[in-house]
Design a protein around this ligand. Structure first.
Ligand code: AMP
Length: 451
């Protein structure tokens, strides 16, 4: 199938050609004709499937007729995060090169002034996060009666982030005659309720079963002990030896751990950046741009960054922590293997992650293999983490274990071990000659006045 068969306008087709797309992805092929017929659509699709173009391309075709009026946008795209909203805006710039559409990006963390000016001049398309949109509405700067096309993107993420009441309110402010396009990777009951209430006779399109992982991603588990310092060591080892690693996103469950891991990687000489919800908008955008252009090849991120980042060629995704929510696993690893490319997803698993790991494997409907690289089978606690029947290359593993695990030493307290592991190697490194460890009695010193 080619794009020209979908009914898109010549201007849009020429932009698609300029973007270098040879044929529509399945979600595009299925959704675009229905959107152009002005039907409501529910698209069940993961990120990376080309779903953004499945609503932006027909939207541009539809909006070619007519003009925007001050404060009355003609279409509205709701996104759960600022990054996603900014990305959709970037896509609209790319696909709208042949149009004179005014696009207003209404996101938090930046001043209202510029956004107000854009709205005053008349925006054809508004892309917004729900909170900021309602702020503008309440300040009287925005009227929603003119919205002809409403897009609710990443609805399951909206649910996770507690935005459903805002979405309901926004839906009730827009005329019932609008066309609604609704996208979600999964259809939780709350989301189903939302579509039942606000969509009219929608066409449901599903390009991959919910919770499925893309087949171009090879998924691997690596065992580790519970301690953070041990996990960081396992991660560093993998980062150093991964042959085909071009760039990586490393996911942590908690914001705090994003900062700790980022600093640790930097200290160990990795070019890394961090991305989490507490950073201001400017820093987030700069970080993303640096990652996108390759200046920073490793990005440590929280789940805020997990959905929809439009970074075409991420070679590796690391789950530094096994996500507690199994669906987050699907979203995280959806950052690699995009648009038909191959990718690798590595998950570091500690003994306490067994329940979460089981939930993930049940959700995706398959067992993820443990790494068969003997380098990652040296942990003395392996057998606690890795079920025996799944262990492979047992001979190399046991030989590796006899060297690393054979030394029975009294373990230092956790804090000490962390420091020991994190400290840069200077001087003689680990080797301390005996004479340096002998107690020395120092001559008594006069008390310093400063102290
Ligand atoms: P999305 O799922 O919308 O985040 O898109 C994932 C990636 O696929 C983006 O980098 C798009 O630029 C790219 N893409 C979208 N449609 C196509 C297409 N028809 N052919 C090739 N790449 C595409």
């Amino acid at each position: 199938m080619s794009f020209s068969e979908l009914g898109l306008s010549p201007k849009v087709l020429s932009a698609v050609e300029a973007a270098g797309y040879s044929e529509p992805t399945p979600i595009q092929a299925q959704a675009i004709p229905h959107v152009l017929e002005r039907r409501d659509v529910i698209g069940i699709a993961q990120t990376g499937t080309g779903k953004t173009a499945s609503f932006t391309l027909p939207m541009l075709s539809i909006l070619e007729r007519g003009r925007a009026r001050a404060r009355m946008p003609r279409s509205l795209i709701l996104e759960p995060t600022r990054e996603l909203a900014a990305q959709v805006a970037d896509n609209l710039v790319k696909y709208g090169v042949n149009h004179k559409m005014t696009v207003a990006l209404l996101i938090g963390g930046v001043s209202f002034d510029e956004q107000d000016k854009k709205l005053d001049r008349g925006a054809d398309i508004v892309i917004a996060t729900p909170g900021r949109l309602l702020d503008h509405f309440e300040r009287g700067k925005l009227l929603l009666q003119g919205v002809e096309v409403l897009v609710i993107d990443e609805a399951d993420r909206m649910l996770d982030m507690g935005f459903i009441p805002d979405i309901e309110r926004i839906c009730s402010l827009i005329p019932f005659t609008r066309q609604t396009l609704f996208f979600s990777a999964t259809m939780a009951p709350e989301i189903q309720r939302l579509t039942d209430t606000f969509l009219q006779n929608p066409k449901q399109i599903e390009v991959a079963p919910p919770s499925s992982t893309v087949s171009t991603v090879s998924q691997v588990l690596i065992p580790s002990q519970n301690d953070d310092w041990k996990k960081r060591e396992v991660l560093r080892r993998h980062l150093k030896q991964a042959e085909d690693l071009q760039n990586a996103i490393i996911f942590c469950n908690r914001k705090r751990d994003v900062s700790v891991l980022f600093r640790s990687l930097e200290k160990h000489g990795f070019m890394a950046g961090a991305l989490h919800g507490d950073m201001d908008q400017r820093s987030r955008m700069m970080m993303l741009e640096n990652f996108r252009t390759g200046r920073i090849p490793i990005l440590v991120a929280s789940d805020v960054a997990a959905r929809g980042l439009d970074i075409p060629a991420v070679s590796h995704v690391y789950n530094y922590d096994v996500p507690h929510n199994a669906e987050d696993y699907v979203h995280r690893i959806g950052r690699t293997g995009r648009a038909g490319r191959t990718g690798t997803a590595i998950t570091i698993v500690t003994p306490k992650d067994r329940v979460s790991l089981d939930a993930i494997q049940t959700l995706i409907g398959k067992t993820i293999d443990w790494s068969d690289d003997p380098v990652f089978a040296t942990s003395p606690d392996d057998d606690e983490t890795k079920p025996r029947e799944r262990g492979r290359k047992s001979s190399s593993r046991s030989s590796a274990k006899s060297t690393a695990g054979g030394r029975k030493e009294k373990r230092a307290p956790r804090r000490e071990r962390e420091e020991e592991n994190e400290a840069p190697v200077v001087g003689m490194g680990d080797h301390v000659p005996d004479f340096l460890l002998r107690p020395v009695s120092l001559p008594k010193q006069k008390k310093s006045k400063v102290a």
